[in-house]
Ligand binder design. Structure first.
Ligand code: COA
Length: 330
């Protein structure tokens, strides 16, 4: 039975470091508040006109190199982002042009913090059926150009950072593979974490009044997101383990989405899973949404936290609401 294994990974963050104290030049906030509520100490922001596809190109080229492949070996691109370079076409097409592989299908996935998990699952299905042999899955975000830097937006702005993470999925008949991905969504909560404008359901899509009201900036009901995340994540983790007959005690590493260190601590506590086996790097990058899981997974692998044959769990929750978990045999 065909499956897909991760043949190589890459990640990239911009050079510009924005510390918590740097944010207080624009808004009323403090390092202490941000660290205490979120665990974040700094994040990376792009400088100038840099879009998600550019960050993704860096991460993708690194992933290709790690896999010993060149762009022409790729059969398909899946690009997860909530911050596409332009309204349309998708950033997958822009990345495909940057990689110089015309003709290769490119699909954008718009599932926010669960975008990488959704993409991984889609790629895995294409490979299992034998339709594709190698798929580049990339999550990349440029949040910094779309954040409200005034005090009005401080609850959201302090948590987001820019970055990209990529994985090459390759067909395999071996044991190291993506075992399963369980995905969920609940659109009843769509407006609890959203960036509303420009919007096709508004006519005009964007106006001076809307800009003045800040409707182009992300808005969040932080408490509702927190509450749902700490319920849905343990639930989906238990479920994906159960349906694959794997015990939580046999999981070597949990790599959760990096939304808030407190969420990850609470999830570990609810699972009764040792926090040392939960990988976190939100302290350095903030929440990079679709990029956060692949950046964290690549860093964890680079630090020698994963051995061949280990069970690794990836799990994420975010806007939509969407959530999911992947069980991977490393
Ligand atoms: N700096 C200083 N004060 C801030 C602030 C900031 N950056 N952001 C909000 N505050 C203030 C609020 O104005 C409020 O003040 P008030 O009590 O005078 O009204 C106070 O801090 C508490 O705000 P609240 O929003 O209730 O805080 P919270 O405890 O819910 O923490 C989050 C806010 C955003 C850290 C938290 O809700 C959270 O992490 N939620 C999950 C968010 C998430 O994961 N999003 C991404 C999902 S993918």
């Amino acid at each position: 039975m065909f499956g897909s294994r991760i043949a190589g990974m890459g990640h990239y963050v911009p050079d510009r470091v924005v510390k918590n104290d740097d944010l207080s030049q624009w808004m009323d906030t403090t390092d202490e508040w941000i660290v205490q509520r979120t665990g974040i100490r700094e994040r990376r922001w792009v400088e100038g006109d840099v879009g998600a596809a550019e960050l993704a190109e860096h991460a993708s080229r690194q992933a290709l190199e790690e896999a010993g492949l060149s762009p022409s070996d790729i059969d398909m691109i899946l690009f997860a982002t909530l911050s596409p370079d332009i309204c349309f076409p998708g950033s997958g097409c822009l990345l495909q042009a940057r990689l110089g592989i015309p003709g290769v299908p490119a699909l954008d996935v718009r599932n926010q913090c669960s975008g990488f998990l959704y993409s991984l699952s889609v790629a895995d299905q294409f490979i299992r059926t034998g339709a594709m042999k190698r798929i580049l899955v990339v999550g990349a975000e440029v949040h910094s150009t779309g954040l409200d830097l005034s005090t009005r937006g401080r609850d959201v702005t302090v948590i987001f950072g820019d970055g990209a993470g990529a994985a090459i999925l390759e067909q395999t008949e071996g044991e190291s593979r993506i075992l399963d991905t369980e995905l969920h969504a609940d659109g009843r909560y769509a407006e609890m974490l959203m960036a509303e404008a420009p919007a096709s359901r508004l006519n005009p899509r964007l106006s001076v009044e809307m800009l003045e009201a800040g409707r182009q900036f992300p808005k969040m009901d932080g408490k509702a997101v927190f509450k749902q995340a700490v319920e849905r994540l343990p639930e989906v983790i238990h479920s994906v383990l159960r349906r694959n007959g794997v015990a939580l005690a046999d999981v070597a590493l949990l790599v959760p989405h990096q939304a808030n260190l407190r969420i990850n601590e609470m999830v570990a506590r609810q699972l009764n899973f040792p926090f040392e086996k939960v990988y976190n790097n939100i302290q350095r990058y903030g929440n990079t949404t679709a990029a956060s899981i692949p950046i964290a997974l690549h860093e964890a692998a680079g630090e020698g936290r994963l051995k061949k044959g280990d069970y690794v769990l990836l799990a994420g929750f975010g806007s939509g609401f969407t959530w999911g978990a992947s069980l991977v045999r490393w």
